[in-house]
Design a binder for this molecule. Structure first.
Ligand code: ASP
Length: 325
């Protein structure tokens, strides 16, 4: 271990159940999430050092399997693996046998022959990471599947809120407003699960065509088509991109109308709690779902979300690879 590094392996043992995969957050308890945040705090200290590397995952191999584009998620998983001395093998769907018609199962068989201990999987089809977890002995982390789930994004969003807002006070009595294309957003779905499990309330807001009614049936979740109602008194407001790549035509009013009714702006943030944070999972379309100038205000934690992606994902890899064995 690097001199002066926090002894991760000497942390008090907790009694939360061990997870082998992270496919979505529905089977993660509040205690498991809070334990992960504690591990993240340790990882964040590592990332503040001159030498940002610990041997925690030496001898493990992490495979990143990206069947859909990504910038932040992929980079931060690879950084998270390497900062813990794991080896990384990378697979991206473009330019591989998959584009020559090889099935997902055959592709996985080929990759699995490289004997990774954990796969980080992004796929346009909901459920693909679950399917892959049935075909391999390795652990699987879902890095975003279709519109279904993006658990590490929700964990880093909640961690950022805990870091910048609640501290040890917890999530009870806090409210997150998520505004935009909720229908196509795996980030929204995973954040609903994470924040309600942690004890917060979530308000989802968007035009009728982009706000599925069934999401409002979950305890702790309300739906509204009026942005003013969503933002009012909120402790954090998250703007979502219009996911045109997943969107059938005819779901949107005109773009100017959408901006006028649903853009998260400085003026609308006046309705929020005075200390409310502005969040965005990226990639951000300035002056579409969020006013560009708002994204640069001190209350915006968009860059902190990206930065926290690394220690959160370090904690996820560590927890699954070391905590579960
Ligand atoms: N980066 C996020 C995701 O992969 C959000 C987005 O693409 O709009 O789901």
């Amino acid at each position: 271990m690097i001199p002066g590094s926090t002894p991760i392996d000497q942390r008090p043992t907790d009694t939360t159940p061990r997870h082998r995969h992270l496919l979505d957050l529905s089977d993660w308890s509040r205690e498991a999430m809070l334990a992960l945040f504690d591990t993240t705090d340790v990882m964040a200290q590592v990332m503040q050092r001159t030498i940002k590397k610990v041997p925690a995952l030496q001898g493990f191999t992490v495979g990143t399997l990206f069947f859909e584009d990504s910038t932040r998620t992929r980079l931060s998983f690879e950084r998270a693996a390497r900062a813990q001395s794991a080896d990384v093998i990378s697979f991206a769907a473009g330019g591989t046998s998959l584009s020559k018609g090889e099935s997902l199962k055959d592709t996985l068989r080929t990759i699995d022959a490289m004997q990774a201990d954990l796969y980080v999987v992004r796929h346009p089809a909901s459920g693909a990471p679950l399917q892959i977890s049935r075909w391999t002995e390795a652990s699987v982390v879902n890095a975003g599947d279709g519109r279904r789930a993006h658990p590490t994004q929700a964990l880093l969003d909640a961690y950022t809120f805990r870091e910048r807002y609640t501290g040890d006070a917890g999530f009870e009595g806090k409210r997150l407003a998520i505004v935009g294309d909720v229908a196509h957003s795996r980030v929204a779905r995973s954040n609903v699960t994470a924040w309600t499990t942690l004890g917060a309330e979530v308000v989802l807001c968007g035009p009728r065509t982009l706000l599925p009614d069934e999401l409002g049936e979950r305890p702790g979740v309300t739906l509204t088509h009026r942005i003013e109602e969503a933002v009012e008194g909120a402790h954090a407001v998250m703007a979502l991109r219009l996911q045109r790549e997943r969107m059938a035509s005819g779901l949107l009013p005109s773009l100017p109308e959408y901006r006028q009714r649903y853009q998260v702006t400085r003026a609308r943030m006046q309705l929020a709690h005075p200390d409310a944070l502005v969040m965005h999972p990226g990639p951000m379309n300035r002056d579409v779902e969020i006013e560009g100038a708002l994204a640069d205000e001190p209350r915006s934690v968009i860059e902190a979300q990206v930065a926290n992606g690394v220690p959160v994902r370090m904690a996820v890899l560590y927890t699954l690879l070391v905590g579960s064995r």
